[in-house]
Design a protein around this ligand. Structure first.
Ligand SMILES: [Zn+2]
Ligand SMILES: [Zn+2]
Length: 467
């Protein structure tokens, strides 16, 4: 039978089954494995918490990922119900199929299917397994695998302990909302009750003010985290966390108040930053760095892919440092929004563009006090950035003739697809940028831009503005 028709039939069967919760609960142990996937999606989207809990308990595959599923409401209630379905401690499980589930992945990931079992029948069985923690299923299974290869059977105590381990993958956001705090307390209790059976694996940690639940940080294996976002954290709190995050790939810090750049905290911050060898993305905002960027660049890995420095008080000296850094020739994404370095000079930025031209795909220089003369000067350098896909330069005082000139010159960039341009200065009365926008004049500008794009056969490039 056609695969699509089979899937539709499964979905219909799942919907029909869910019309009677007691009947599903009763039948779960007996229904075919193939029906579990559509039944799970339908139960999740319908918020059937009891059924989800029961399904986790008897899940017939090694892994279960939420993947692209998004709950409409009661999100934390649903997650708690599913976590409650885990057989903790393991002896509680009484499923006649035997307990197969090893990895419960409660993260939203649009590229991930509900289970990997149908694509990977061999070891390792799950594409999302934790690679770093010593309590990870993969590491313990490796031990088991090696022991089998060496003919040790299953008698070793380390091997035996591998049998009962489970992984719970969840993105954690520390904030002060009551429901989040309740969920984190629930998580902490579960992990503690499991006595080492459950590895709580968090790869994306968001902290909005550290004052929120700190207990969870003591439970987490910081080595698993690859994305860290912190807002309004104190320097000493940041450095304390950094020390354990050896696999961090993306770091975002905002509103971080270093009292002095000669102080102990900043020096320690630089030392720990230098130890993040896997770091690919660094995003700082409201992180005052005037004339200090060279210190950061000195310790950051040369293969940095993304550098965003918005509202960092960058000077032209900082732009010069960036143009001379080893990172400049590797960057794919560069965001220098909200720094007014163009008011000093534009030549160092020209050099920077030359350096990043071989790799850069995304450039943002919104609100950098770039005038007509600066924009005209950098156009030849922009034209060298042959990989550029996105160029944002809104909120700069540019006139319409220069905007037209730029549009004509950028037609030579083969990959350019999105441009956010500033509203030309003549659209503002008395150059009062925020309060006197003439919408009629703006509409004329937009019409002119559209007509020019059409005339130059550039309809595939989207030019837009913030109005
Ligand atoms: Zn999987
Ligand atoms: Zn882990």
């Amino acid at each position: 039978m056609d695969q699509k028709i089979t899937a539709t039939l499964f979905e219909l069967a799942a919907k029909s089954l869910l019309s009677s919760e007691p009947a599903v609960m009763h039948a779960l142990e007996k229904i075919p494995r193939g029906l579990f996937l559509p039944l799970f999606s339908t139960a999740f989207l319908g918020g059937h918490k009891k059924i989800l809990k029961a399904m986790v308990r008897v899940w017939p595959f090694h892994c279960l990922h939420l993947g692209s599923l998004k709950a409409q409401e009661s999100y934390y209630d649903i997650l708690e119900a599913m976590i409650d379905g885990l057989p903790i401690p393991p002896a509680q499980n009484s499923s006649s199929r035997g307990h197969k589930l090893k990895i419960l992945d409660l993260r939203h990931n649009s590229k991930c299917k509900t289970t990997c079992s149908h694509v990977r029948l061999t070891f390792p069985f799950c594409l999302q397994s934790c690679k770093y923690s010593q309590h990870a299923v993969l590491n313990l299974e490796n031990t088991q695998h090696r022991a089998r290869c060496l003919g040790m059977g299953n008698s070793g105590s380390e091997v035996e302990s591998a049998q009962g381990t489970m992984e719970l993958l969840v993105d954690i956001s520390l904030n002060n909302t009551l429901r989040t705090q309740q969920f984190l307390t629930f998580l902490c209790n579960k992990v503690e009750q499991s006595s080492g059976f459950l590895h709580l694996c968090c790869r994306d940690l968001r902290i909005n003010r550290m004052s929120a639940n700190k207990r969870i940080l003591q439970i987490l294996d910081l080595g698993c985290i690859d994305h860290l976002t912190m807002d309004q954290a104190y320097p000493n709190e940041i450095v304390t966390l950094f020390a354990g995050m050896t696999h961090l790939r993306s770091l975002s810090l905002s509103n971080t108040p270093f009292r002095s750049y000669k102080g102990r905290n900043f020096r320690f911050f630089l030392i720990l930053l230098g130890q993040l060898e896997n770091l690919q993305e660094l995003r700082l905002s409201f992180f005052y760095l005037k004339d200090q960027l060279h210190k950061l660049l000195r310790v950051l890995p040369p293969h940095l892919d993304t550098l965003c420095l918005s509202f960092c008080g960058l000077s032209i000296r900082d732009v010069t440092s960036l143009s001379q850094s080893s990172q400049a020739t590797q960057l794919r994404v560069l965001n220098l929004n909200n720094n007014d370095f163009f008011s000093e000079a534009y030549e160092p930025f020209q050099v920077l563009l030359e350096k990043v031209s071989g790799t850069m795909q995304h450039l943002e220089i919104n609100n950098c006090m770039m005038t007509d003369s600066a924009l005209l000067a950098i156009i030849p350098n922009l034209n060298q950035c042959v990989h550029l896909r996105v160029f944002n330069f809104a909120f700069n005082p540019i006139t319409m003739p220069v905007l037209r000139s730029l549009l004509q010159h950028l037609t030579s960039l083969p990959r350019l697809r999105h441009v956010i341009y500033p509203i030309p200065v003549h659209c503002y009365q008395e150059r009062n940028f925020h309060h006197s926008l003439n919408r009629q004049k703006l509409a004329e500008v937009q019409a002119q831009v559209k007509a020019m794009l059409h005339m130059l056969h550039q309809d595939h490039v989207q030019w837009a503005t913030y109005s």
